[in-house]
Design a protein around this ligand. Structure first.
Ligand SMILES: [Zn+2]
Length: 136
């Protein structure tokens, strides 16, 4: 039995490894997952893994740091929905010094699609950086 790790939410075609869990089959993690990094030398429990061809959507979380302004969240949301990507959650929080952090949970088909919205969001006025997170 194979399942995707909750801690690092891998999507196609991230670099991944399989981790043999006791009694629960194999869990797929991103290669740079902090939970797995220390275990990478454990040859008995770490297995090579590759993405298959199954077509489905994957949840992925990311954040956008920006200089706060009116309509910031609205502008980013409209860029995402223009690409037909489903947004499961979107929120914005001011963190002081006129900086805001917007958090998103979206459904995407693969990493390429994610990188393409990242570069569009990066071009939104006032955006400082866009980065993937394990959870929001
Ligand atoms: Zn992980």
């Amino acid at each position: 039995m194979i399942k995707l790790a909750q801690c690092c939410t891998p999507v196609p075609f991230d670099d991944i490894v399989g981790f043999v869990t006791r009694g629960r089959g194999i869990t797929i993690h991103r290669l740079n997952c902090s939970n797995i990094r220390l275990l990478l030398n454990d040859k008995n429990r770490i297995k090579k893994a590759e993405w298959g061809k199954a077509k489905r959507n994957f949840n992925v979380a990311f954040k956008v740091k920006a200089y706060d302004r009116i309509n910031l969240l609205k502008d980013i949301i409209s860029i995402i929905t223009d690409t037909k990507i489903i947004i499961n959650s979107a929120s914005a929080k001011a963190i002081g010094n006129k900086i805001a952090v917007c958090s998103f949970l979206v459904e995407i088909s693969d990493n390429e699609q994610l990188q393409s919205i990242f570069s569009k969001i990066q071009n939104v006025q006032n955006v400082i950086k866009v980065y993937r997170v394990d959870n929001i």
